[in-house]
Design a protein around this ligand. Structure first.
Ligand SMILES: [Zn+2]
Length: 105
């Protein structure tokens, strides 16, 4: 049973807030990231975007198959779409197909 980092009270391991003091709890094992975290690796998506981004391979990896196909056919929107995706991956704006943040390990 984990403990609240703020007041030290015992909290349920699935709890998102401490019922005693009301502070938000970071999910266990998520490395301090807030919100649901993808099983896809952030670093893998970044490398795929850098080396194979023109073929939309990073989009296939994150589960956006439809966007991946379009990027493959348009060669990453002539590279512009790939560049935008690359910036979004670096800034953490690119989520997986379920809307979860990519895992940083
Ligand atoms: Zn607390």
């Amino acid at each position: 049973m984990p403990f609240c980092h703020s007041c030290g009270a015992e909290v349920n391991e699935k709890a998102v807030v401490c019922v005693k003091c009301g502070v938000a709890l970071s999910p266990a094992g998520a490395g301090g990231q807030v919100g649901p975290v993808s099983d896809k690796e952030w670093l893998v998506a970044l490398l795929l975007c850098i080396f194979l981004g023109g073929f939309g391979i990073h989009r296939f990896y994150t589960g956006h198959i439809g966007i991946g196909v379009v990027q493959l056919l348009t060669l990453g929107g002539c590279g512009i779409w790939t560049l935008i995706d690359l910036i979004m991956i670096i800034t953490g704006g690119l989520k997986d197909a379920q809307g979860r943040a990519l895992k940083k390990s």
